[in-house]
Design a protein around this ligand. Structure first.
Ligand SMILES: [Zn+2]
Length: 434
C-alpha cells in the first residue's frame, strides 16, 4: 500500500485506464475520463478524449476505472466492535450484547471508531457513504475523507415523551454538515411520534429518511403475535406494547408513514397515499400479505440489503427477486462491524453473488453504484461515469480476458488509486500522481 496523498490536479486532467466501466452503457476499452475540478467533463476512448480535451494524462495502467462505490447503510460508530460479539441464538440477545459493549465506550472511543471506519471504507474504494450515528454531537470532531450522508439514529424507547426534543436537537448538529438525514432506529425502538416528527422535518428541510424494518423473525413475532424474545425484552424495558399482536412490521410501517402517525388512522392502509421516499434497511421478514401490500402500493421506497450482516444473523432468505420484480430499488450496505467483518463493498458484492449466483455481476455492481445514488437522490450526480457527474473514480486491476464485471467483483485488496470529488486520495507507486 503506497502512501496516501490528498490533492487535486491544478487544471483539467485526463485519466486513462485499460477499460472504463461507466455504468452508463458498455465498458470502453482503452478508455479515458476527463476531469476538470470536481466534475467529469468527458468520457470515451482514450484517443478521442485526448483529441477533444487538454490537460495532463494520468495512466492507471492495466486497471479498470469505475464509479466510486456507494455504501447505502452503515454504522461507523461500531467499527471498534469488529469480532467482539459472537453470533447469538436470539436477536434480542444480540441487542443486549451490543448494549453491554456500548456501555464500555466513551465519546473519544466513538470518534476513533468512526474515523477508523472511514479510513477502512475509503481503502476499499468506497467514495460515498450513508452513515448512521447515534452521536450526532460528535460529528464536528470527525473529518470524513469521503462523501458522507450523516443520519442521526434516534431511539426514544426510554423517553417517548421527548421524541420531538430528540429529533430537534439532532438536527442542530446535522445542519453543520452538507448532506444529512434522520433515522428513527426501528419500529420497536422509536415511537410513532418520533417517526412523525422525522417525517415532518424531512418535508420541511428536504432531508432523507431511513429506518431498519422487518429485520428479524423476532421482530415479526413481536408485532404479529405479541410474543417472543424481542417482545419480552422490550416489554421488560417498559416499552408500551399496545402496537403488537396484529400487524406485520411492514403493515405497521405503511400504516404509520405519511399518515402523521395518527392514532385515528383508518385500519385499511391507503396504498395510494403519497409516501416520502424512505430508505428502508433489511426487509428480510415479509409475510405473503406483505407482498400483496407491496404490489398494490404506488410508492416504491428504496431497500438496502446487507448480505453479510444478513448471513451473520441467519435471517430468512432475502426476497431479492420478488422485490426487484415489484420495482423496488435494491442497494447494498455493509451495516456495522458489530455484525460484519469488513467495510469493503467488494466483499459485500461477492457475498450477495454467492447467495444469488443467477444475478449478473453487472447488476450487482449497480447495487453499489447506480442504485444507492438513486436512493440518496444523487442519480444525476453520482454512481456513473458521465459528463457533469461528480469526479468519484476507483481503479481496479483487470489482467485477464474474463468478464470485466466478474473481475471487479473478484477484487479483494485495498484499491491503489481513487478520486473523490476531483481529489486523488490514493496513488499508485510510480504513477503520474499529481
Ligand atoms: Zn443498521
Amino acid at each position: 500500500m503506497t502512501a496516501v496523498r490528498d490533492c487535486r490536479y491544478s487544471s483539467q486532467v485526463i485519466i486513462r485506464g485499460r477499460i472504463v466501466v461507466t455504468m452508463d452503457g458498455s465498458p470502453i476499452e482503452n478508455g479515458a475520463v476527463a476531469v476538470s475540478g470536481n466534475r467529469i467533463v468527458d468520457v470515451g476512448r482514450f484517443d478521442d478524449i485526448k483529441a477533444r480535451n487538454t490537460g495532463n494524462t494520468v495512466d492507471v495502467g492495466e486497471q479498470a476505472l469505475l464509479p466510486g462505490l456507494i455504501n447505502a447503510h452503515c454504522h461507523l460508530d461500531y467499527t471498534c466492535l469488529r469480532g467482539k460479539i459472537p453470533a447469538q441464538k436470539s436477536f434480542a440477545d444480540w441487542i443486549k450484547a451490543i448494549n453491554a459493549k456500548k456501555s464500555e465506550l466513551s465519546p473519544k472511543n466513538y470518534v476513533a471508531s468512526i474515523t477508523e471506519g472511514f479510513e477502512e471504507a475509503k481503502r476499499f474504494g468506497t467514495t460515498a457513504i450513508a452513515n448512521l450515528t447515534a452521536f450526532p454531537e460528535l460529528i464536528s470532531q470527525v473529518q470524513p475523507p469521503i462523501r458522507t450522508w450523516w443520519f442521526a439514529e434516534l431511539i426514544d424507547i426510554r423517553a417517548p415523551e421527548r421524541a420531538n426534543e430528540l429529533a430537534d436537537s439532532a438536527i442542530k448538529a446535522l445542519k453543520e454538515t452538507s448532506s444529512w438525514g434522520l433515522a428513527p432506529h426501528a419500529l420497536f425502538t422509536a415511537s410513532s411520534n418520533l417517526f412523525r416528527r422525522c417525517e415532518n422535518i424531512a418535508r420541511r428541510d428536504n432531508a432523507l429518511l431511513t429506518t431498519h424494518l422487518a429485520e428479524s423473525r423476532e421482530e415479526m413475532e413481536m408485532f404479529r403475535h405479541a410474543s417472543g424474545p424481542l417482545h419480552e425484552f422490550l416489554n421488560s424495558m417498559g416499552r408500551p406494547m399496545n402496537d403488537c399482536g396484529s400487524k406485520t412490521p411492514l403493515e405497521r410501517f405503511l400504516d404509520l408513514i405519511g399518515s402523521g402517525g395518527s392514532p385515528n388512522r383508518p385500519r385499511t392502509i391507503n396504498v395510494n397515499r403519497p409516501y416520502l421516499p424512505w430508505v428502508v434497511v433489511h426487509l428480510n421478514e415479509l409475510a405473503e400479505t406483505d407482498f400483496d401490500l407491496l404490489k398494490r402500493s404506488n410508492s416504491k421506497f428504496h431497500v438496502v440489503h446487507c448480505p453479510r450482516s444478513h448471513n451473520y444473523f441467519g435471517h430468512s432468505p432475502f426476497a431479492f427477486d420478488r422485490l426487484r420484480s415489484l420495482g423496488f430499488n435494491v442497494c447494498l450496505g455493509t451495516d456495522s462491524l458489530a455484525s460484519n467483518e469488513t467495510l469493503s463493498l467488494f466483499d459485500e458484492m461477492r457475498a450477495f453473488q454467492k447467495n444469488f449466483p443467477r444475478i449478473s455481476p453487472e447488476e450487482i455492481l449497480q447495487m453499489a453504484t447506480v442504485n444507492p445514488a438513486r436512493a440518496l437522490r444523487c442519480e444525476n450526480a453520482l454512481g456513473q461515469i458521465r459528463p457533469g457527474f461528480g469526479a468519484d473514480l476507483v481503479a481496479v486491476p483487470c489482467f485477464t480476458s474474463t468478464d470485466i464485471f466478474e473481475q471487479i467483483l473478484a477484487f479483494h485488496a485495498p484499491v491503489s488509486w481513487m478520486m473523490v470529488n476531483g481529489n486523488v486520495i490514493t496513488s499508485l507507486p510510480g504513477s503520474a500522481g499529481c
